[in-house]
Write a new protein. Structure first.
Length: 144
C-alpha cells in the first residue's frame, strides 16, 4: 500500500539536488577563472621583470664600473615594462604593470602587476569583481 502524502517527494529532492549542483558548478567555474587569471598575471609580471633586468645603465657602468650586478637604467626599465604591458593586454584585458629599480639594489628590477577579473556566475551574490595582484623581481648578475 502507498501513502498519499508521499507523492511528489522525489520531484522535490531532484529539484533541490539540481539547484545545489548548479550552484556548485558556478562556484567551481568562478574559482577556476580566478586561479587561471592569477597564474597568467604572475607569468606576465615574471616576464616583464626578466625583460626589465636586461636594461643596463650604460652611463653608470662607464662611470662606476661593474659590481656584483649590472646597474639598471630606471627609464629603460619603465619603458620595457610599459611595452610588455601593451603586449600582455591582448591576452589579459585591463592588466596594469609598473616597473622600477629596487632602491636598495640598483641591479634588481621590480614589477608589480594588477588586474581585475569579472566573475561570471557569483556576481548576483555581490562578488562581481576580484582584484588580483602579483609582484616579480629579477636580478642582473655579473658572471665571472
Amino acid at each position: 500500500m502507498r501513502r498519499r502524502d508521499d507523492e511528489g517527494t522525489i520531484l522535490l529532492l531532484t529539484i533541490g539536488l539540481s539547484v545545489v549542483l548548479l550552484l556548485l558548478v558556478a562556484v567551481v567555474v568562478d574559482v577556476s577563472q580566478v586561479v587561471l587569471a592569477k597564474r597568467a598575471l604572475s607569468a606576465a609580471a615574471d616576464g616583464a621583470a626578466v625583460a626589465a633586468a636586461q636594461q643596463a645603465d650604460r652611463a653608470s657602468i662607464v662611470n662606476n664600473g661593474l659590481g656584483e650586478r649590472v646597474p639598471l637604467d630606471p627609464g629603460a626599465v619603465a619603458d620595457v615594462v610599459g611595452q610588455y604591458q601593451d603586449d600582455a593586454r591582448g591576452e589579459q584585458p585591463g592588466i596594469e604593470l609598473a616597473g622600477s629599480v629596487d632602491p636598495g639594489d640598483p641591479g634588481t628590477a621590480l614589477v608589480q602587476a594588477r588586474r581585475t577579473v569579472r566573475l561570471p556566475f557569483v556576481g548576483w551574490l555581490g562578488v562581481a569583481d576580484v582584484e588580483l595582484l602579483a609582484t616579480a623581481r629579477a636580478q642582473s648578475p655579473v658572471l665571472p
